[in-house]
Design a protein around this ligand. Structure first.
Ligand code: ARG
Length: 459
């Protein structure tokens, strides 16, 4: 018998039960559901709907149930449809008839919305902390290789030299935006739906503002229909997780490239690679490939949720139960991938010589010659043309650009630009990839990380 069985003559068909039950996955919400219930009964007490001793009995029963879940002794009954029903059923077993007062003035519709907001608040915090750890790992790698440099690529073609630390910090700034978005979403979801009931509130003297404060929300809902049917906060969290996944995936793709024999820029520690069941020589960068591959489900979870939401009339519809599994899966995925990537970067060996050889490709000096011409008063387009035709000649004749510059009547004064590392040192405009600009960027990043840490901690 379910807790709502009063109206029904026949029990649910097994096929519907299997479709409908959500305990198998929403038991993950037990802690947040109990936090919500405790605030609810405190509100009932404040409104005179529970005596002090009834409040005490219910609080103790809820604590007992929380303990049973925590130590793995909670036993599901076959009639427990979801986590909310399971907890209420068990509270009533423990507390006796006063257990029947737990659900006073409440529906599972405002209950589940409250529980899920509490869960999502913590999920966003956890994901942000995972990303912060990854940022730290990237910064450590940068700090350990202050002088390493490699080509910056556009179109995956060598373009200009960049410090390795500049390159790694580019990823850090993207990841910090993810943290910022997570914290924006966390702030926005702090509206309590508790007291909205099934759809239209209650005739009982509830105080949603009091329970909102108890739960650490910013305020209570303004509209009971919006409160019970709004899952924008789940969509936002799934977007935040998908965006993190996109950044993880780009890091993963880059690691795959860097660890190929063709690039040879880095090696992963054996602990982060796998061999081949057939080919003895293989060392595969699986951690990076999985970081890339797992992102598909993060994007899929967001797409699935938005598709589920788009056709729903106001207010609560059972479809909304489908909000949970994607949320749980995305949180789990982001945590798994983020932690593995942070550890993998911690294990990375950088091959600075190979990077430098690629970045000292003499053709990358072409822009420096053109910019020297500009500094000496030539229009940029003219300088571009002059150097471009020299590059063309070098490629056609199979000679070096440097040799042509050295023999050139007006350009030979710029031959010093071909010295290894020279082009990098000249990238000094604000935000540029050379050492002097990098110092400023490093301070900026340190300040941003500090601000992100404080925000995640709720300061
Ligand atoms: N398990 C349900 C969910 O996750 C709880 C709400 C059920 N409400 C209802 N009227 N059947 O959405």
């Amino acid at each position: 018998m379910t807790l709502w069985g009063g109206r029904f003559d026949a029990s649910m068909d097994e096929t519907l039960w299997n479709l409908s039950e959500s305990y198998s996955f929403d038991r993950a919400l037990y802690r947040h559901d109990i936090i919500g219930s405790k605030a609810h009964i405190e509100g009932l007490h404040k409104s005179g709907l529970l005596t002090g001793s009834e409040l005490g009995v219910l609080t103790e029963a809820l604590d007992t149930v929380a303990g049973e879940f925590a130590n793995g002794t909670f036993e599901r009954r076959s009639s427990d449809e979801d986590i909310h029903m399971a907890i209420e059923r068990r509270v009533t077993e423990i507390a006796g008839s006063v257990g029947g007062k737990l659900h006073t003035g409440r529906s599972r519709n405002d209950q589940v919305a409250t529980t899920l907001r509490l869960f999502t608040r913590d999920a966003l915090t956890d994901a942000a902390e995972t990303v912060l750890a990854l940022v730290q790992s990237l910064r450590d790698l940068a700090d350990n290789h202050p002088a390493s440099y490699l080509p910056g690529y556009t179109h995956l073609q060598r373009a200009q030299p960049v410090l390795l630390s500049h390159h790694l910090q580019a990823h850090c700034f993207a990841l910090l935006r993810d943290i910022d978005r997570a914290m924006d979403a966390r702030h926005r979801l702090l509206i309590s739906p508790l007291g909205a009931g099934a759809v239209a509130g209650s005739s009982l003297p509830l105080d949603p503002h009091y329970t909102a404060t108890q739960l650490g929300f910013r305020r209570a809902f303004a509209n009971s229909m919006d409160a019970t049917s709004d899952r924008d906060f789940v969509a936002e969290a799934l977007f935040v997780f998908a965006m993190m996944g996109v950044h993880f995936s780009r890091l993963g793709e880059e690691l795959v490239l860097w660890t190929t024999s063709e690039f040879g820029f880095a090696s992963l520690d054996d602990r982060f690679t796998t061999g081949s069941s057939m080919l003895p020589q293989k060392k595969n960068s699986d951690v990076a490939e999985l970081a890339r591959g797992k992102t598909g489900r993060l994007v899929g979870n967001l797409t699935g949720l938005l598709t589920m939401l788009k056709g729903l009339p106001l207010a609560y519809n059972r479809d909304l139960q489908e909000d949970k599994e994607p949320l749980f899966d995305s949180l789990r995925t982001v945590t798994l991938v983020g932690r593995a990537l942070a550890a993998a970067y911690g294990s990375l060996t950088i091959h600075s010589d190979t990077m430098a050889r690629a970045a000292d490709d003499e053709l990358l000096v072409a822009i420096d010659i053109a910019e020297e011409l500009v500094a000496n008063g030539h229009p940029f387009r003219e300088a571009h043309e002059t150097v471009g035709s020299l590059v063309g000649q070098a490629v056609r004749e199979g000679v070096t650009l440097e040799s042509l510059v050295r023999e050139h009547p007006t350009l030979k004064q710029y031959a010093g630009l071909f010295a290894p590392g020279e082009s990098l040192a000249r990238r000094r405009s604000p935000g540029a990839s050379g050492p002097s600009a990098y110092r400023v960027q490093g301070y900026q990043l340190a300040g941003d990380v500090d601000a992100a840490e404080r925000r995640v901690r709720g300061e």
